[in-house]
Design a protein around this ligand. Structure first.
Ligand SMILES: Cc1cc2nc3c(=O)[nH]c(=O)nc-3n(C[C@H](O)[C@H](O)[C@H](O)COP(=O)(O)O)c2cc1C
Ligand code: SF4
Length: 690
């Protein structure tokens, strides 16, 4: 198909200092959890974006010296020549597909704890980041940087830039964002210096200027120099000389970098969940940058719509369309737009499971793209899949996220697939969950798979088809896949921090009851020890339907795990603005006479809370009765032509949607393959001299 001429502008080359990118699609720096310890996985992950048409593909944050050690968070290093080869693997993979490779050189300053290097940290005035996020807490306070430390920073940046050039990078970054060292100089809370690096904005920006200068000199004009900078806080600060301190900073540096890469200041605002921020949410903060520089500007904002991208360029907001998450969810986004296949884009849903993998310190995972991180170790490709190894017909029972992904991927392999759904609509849990406040974009998990399956003639969906074990035996499928999902339990939560003690009876509900349309009486107590989105989203939903709602959790925060997906700060704000009372560190121990009894999680002190309806968002169990029934008839499988019966997704082990999609995909990839003791290749750091 031909490209829509409306999108031609996206495919124009753009000059960035001494290099030129083939188009305006720019995969911005983002960590992928693979570090230098998994160099082949990392190279393949980034090479895939180049294959998918991105003009520039960047690394994640790369430390320039051992005093910038973010462990256990997964950062990369370019500390000495031994690190060069590991990065060269990536530049080779990126160049092989005609893209430019960018590297984000990084110093964490007072925001890291040097847990592994055990070196003292440093910051402009001895201030450290005292985060509320436990992952970022620590007990080492930084030393105040003296002239020698400033020299150290500049020398390490220059040395790393030289190595970056040696490794084949085309674009080398100075990173002044997100609470890290150069950013710390920009804000007076961090920077209380009285020397030439503190005080006026011109002084506070000096270190960034010097970093740009030494980087420029180090690469000898061979690489472009990019400045990634957070402007949110600076934009909020008035200035006597300009519209804000952000304007002043940009004007002072104007044409010094070859490229401006502009972003927000904290992960929850920079990389916000779609639940709380729409596409293009950065624009109000960064919209002025192009008016103050002649150099190209790249920015982000979970861009998945080519019309929005074109709008950003036509309106003079950006020159290059930056993306982290959209390039993970669909590494082939540019190729699809180029081929007039916009409807094939696997759009990022903004769930932030990817950022949670960074917080977890593991290779990146993506709800929409189950092949992310698996390119090298399992040989999975986001667009291609091995042809079927047999003509065996497959029956998939259940059209939720796991069943849909499984049926689609099996169909792409060429298997004859029957997808049987008990209800009249496909989508499983998504049908209800996408109706909860802020979760509409998650419907893309269903929409994309439905759209792709509809094009396959070898996948047939049967709705309203509640199959029994006896009926399955009659269908003559060689392989039966059970994807019947999971259900919420009415279990409470014990002082041992495990679900225990069922609470049944009138007035006790689960999310399944709400999904089925049960009507509740106020006041409602929503009791959440699932700790992810369901509890808080349901509380918002019920408050929005006019109920008086209290939210109770044994954890210290609402949606406690939501800190991993950048949701938690906004969850607290959303609950507060919906008038929902919050009771943390509290277990529900009883429900009688119009009230629940709460016990403090640590002291066991009891209180009572008025309650007409108790909604327990606790634990989930597999809905696997069909599987159990089928297995009692295993002796009949051979006569029925059945070679295998397998559970996938929630029907096997309930989890988040990302787990279900992955499980469905893995089944499809591995059908008819020889099982291996270790199901993936294990990566290892490149040999260094010891
Ligand atoms: C998994 C993940 C890791 C990230 N790591 C980095 C990083 O190492 N350096 C950085 O400057 N930004 C990092 N970011 C932020 C992104 O570069 C980007 O600014 C943000 O995700 C918003 O862009 P998007 O809406 O296109 O995702 C990361 C984002 C994600 C999702
Ligand atoms: S995990 Fe979610 S937010 Fe991250 S890239 Fe995938 S779909 Fe987007």
């Amino acid at each position: 198909m031909a490209r829509n001429p409306r999108y031609d502008v996206l495919f124009e080359p753009v000059r960035i200092g001494p290099v030129t990118t083939r188009n305006r699609f720019y995969a911005v720096p983002h960590a992928a959890g693979m570090t230098n310890a998994m160099p082949h996985m990392r190279a393949a992950f980034r090479g895939m974006k180049a294959e998918g048409g991105w003009g520039v593909v960047c690394t994640g944050y790369v430390s320039i010296e051992p005093g910038s050690d973010d462990s256990p968070l997964p950062f990369a290093t370019l500390w000495d020549d031994d690190d060069v080869r590991s990065h060269a693997l990536m530049t080779e993979a990126v160049h092989a597909h005609g893209a430019l490779a960018g590297i984000e050189l990084w110093h964490g300053g007072g925001s890291v704890m040097n847990r592994t290097s055990r070196l003292p940290t440093m910051s402009p005035s001895g201030t450290s980041w005292m985060a509320t996020h436990v992952n970022f807490m620590g007990h080492q306070r930084p030393r105040v940087m003296d002239a020698q430390d400033i020299r150290l920073l500049l020398d390490c940046q220059a040395a790393a830039a030289r190595r970056a050039r040696q490794a084949g990078f085309d674009i080398v970054y100075v990173y002044a964002g997100m609470g890290y060292l150069p950013y710390e100089f920009l804000l007076p809370e961090w920077n209380r210096r009285t020397d030439a690096y503190g005080g006026s904005v011109a002084n506070r920006v000096r270190i960034v200027r010097e970093l740009l200068e030494v980087t420029h000199e180090a690469v000898g004009g061979k690489c472009a120099i990019a400045l990634r900078i957070s402007l949110e806080e600076l934009r909020a600060r008035p200035s006597e000389r300009a519209a804000s301190e952000a304007h002043e900073v940009v004007a002072l540096l104007a044409d010094l970098p070859d490229l401006w890469d502009v972003k927000m200041d904290s992960s929850p605002t920079d990389c916000p969940p779609s639940r709380f921020a729409p596409e293009g949410s950065h624009e109000p903060v960064i919209d002025f940058v192009k008016t103050l520089t002649r150099k190209p500007v790249v920015g982000v904002g979970r861009f998945t719509s080519p019309d929005t991208m074109v709008g950003q360029i036509r309106r003079g907001v950006l020159d290059l369309i930056g993306a982290a998450r959209p390039s993970i969810a669909d590494p082939f986004l540019p190729v699809k737009i180029e081929g007039g296949r916009e409807q094939d884009i696997r759009e990022c849903i903004g769930c932030n499971i990817c950022i949670s993998s960074w917080h977890d310190g593991v290779p990146v995972r993506c709800t929409q793209n189950p092949t992310a991180g698996e390119e090298w170790r399992r040989g999975w490709h986001p667009e291609r899949i091995t042809a079927a190894a047999s003509a065996a017909p497959v029956l998939v029972v259940g059209a939720g996220p796991a069943g849909l992904e499984c049926a689609l991927s099996l169909g792409r392999r060429g298997y004859e697939v029957t997808l049987a759904e008990a209800t009249d609509e496909i989508g499983g849990r998504l049908r209800f969950e996408t109706r909860l406040p802020g979760l509409t974009a998650w419907g893309r998990v269903l929409d994309w798979r439905r759209g792709q399956i509809e094009r396959l003639t070898n996948v047939n969906i049967y709705r309203g088809n509640l199959l029994s074990a006896a009926e399955i035996l009659e269908l003559q499928a060689a392989h039966v896949v059970i994807a019947t999902g999971a259900h919420w339990a009415r279990l409470l939560y014990s002082a041992l921090e495990i679900p225990a003690g069922e609470l049944s009876g009138a007035g006790v509900f689960t999310p399944d009851d709400i999904a089925a349309g049960v009507s509740l009486k106020s006041p409602v107590v929503l009791y959440d020890f699932d700790n992810y989105y369901m509890g808080s989203a349901l509380a918002e939903h019920l408050a929005g339907s006019g109920h008086k709602v209290s939210y109770v959790t044994p954890a210290g925060h609402a949606s406690a795990w939501g800190i991993m997906s950048n949701e938690q700060p906004q969850v607290h704000r959303a609950l507060a603005s919906a008038g929902i009372a919050l009771h943390t560190l509290s277990r529900v121990t009883a429900f009688a006479n119009g009230a629940v009894t709460l016990a403090n999680q640590f002291t066991n002190e009891e209180t009572r809370l008025e309650c007409a309806s108790l909604v327990i968002v606790g634990t989930r169990f597999a809905s696997d009765t069909l599987h159990a029934e089928l297995m009692t008839r295993a002796g009949e499988f051979a006569d029925a032509g059945i070679h295998s019966v397998t559970r996938i997704g929630d029907a096997l082990a309930p989890g988040a949607i990302v787990h279900a999609v992955y499980s469905g995909h893995r089944y499809a990839e591995e059908l008819d393959a020889e099982p291996a003791a270790v199901p993936y290749r294990r990566d290892a750091p490149l040999a260094r001299q010891v």
